[in-house]
Write a protein that binds this ligand. Sequence first.
Ligand code: BV8
Length: 225
Amino acid sequence: MILTGAGVSAESGLGTFRDKDGLWTKYDLSEVATPEGFATDPAKVHDFYNARRANALDAAPNAAHDALARLQAARPGEVLLVTQNVDDLHERAGSTRDVIHMHGALTGALCATCNHRWTAPRVMSPEDRCPKCTAPSTRPDIVWFGEFPYQMEEIYTALAQCGLFVAIGTSGQVYPAAGFVQEARAAGIETLEINLEASDGSGYFDRALHGPATEIVPHWVDTLI
Ligand code: BV8
């Protein structure tokens, strides 16, 4: 099982959150990534995600995304990609199955009234009406702080059964994702961290490969394949 974070998309030009001049240094997380923030100022939240959706659509997958797609192709059904990222670069690199977006996706829209889901338009606004119930309560299909991540049952089942747990490009500060390495260790599963540098959770990993994902991941995948 492979958990990816913002670091895997960093070299595609998409900002990370907690690095120098990361997203959370420019925006107040509580205003743009919480249900309370959305209730207070839906236009500000839509603007935040409209900008990220545009960036993601203009970005291209990088060698790390490509290598992970190659690994999945070489081991069909054996490699589950759980991503904290809301961009679709894994899919655009060719990872079409066995990808779980535990924090949602910029390509998704959700109705806060009837829970209907549809493909998000490039630009969303608070005035948009739900295609199903017509309520003006559309939101990005993103998991905000304080909300329950998606497909946790599936993730914990895979985590308990996997032969190797790898975290790529994540600072290990956001739960429950940050706790996966501890679950793996408790189950006696080998753990590997691939990151630009040691993260907050580095101490929990058996092994670590540090450096830019576009250099480390393709080489690691080649040795695996
Ligand atoms: C939950 C979507 C219950 C939005 C995100 C008080 C009240 C309520 C909740 C809490 C609380 N206190 C704590 C919590 C829990 C909270 C939490 O953990 N808060 C943190 C801040 C303490 N978590 C939640 O609320 C979660 N829900 O707890 O529900 C529950 C509990 C148990 C089981 C089930 C349910 C919901 C969290 C999801 C929030 N939404 N994203 C959006 O994207 O706009 S999280 C946000 O952080 C991002 O989405 C991102 O995915 C995520 C993690 O960040 P990273 O991906 O790690 O990115 P970061 O910038 O931090 O790090 C980048 C890394 O890359 C660095 O290590 C860097 O070195 C490396 N790097 C950089 N460049 C490269 C590189 N590596 C390789 N190559 C490079 N070139």
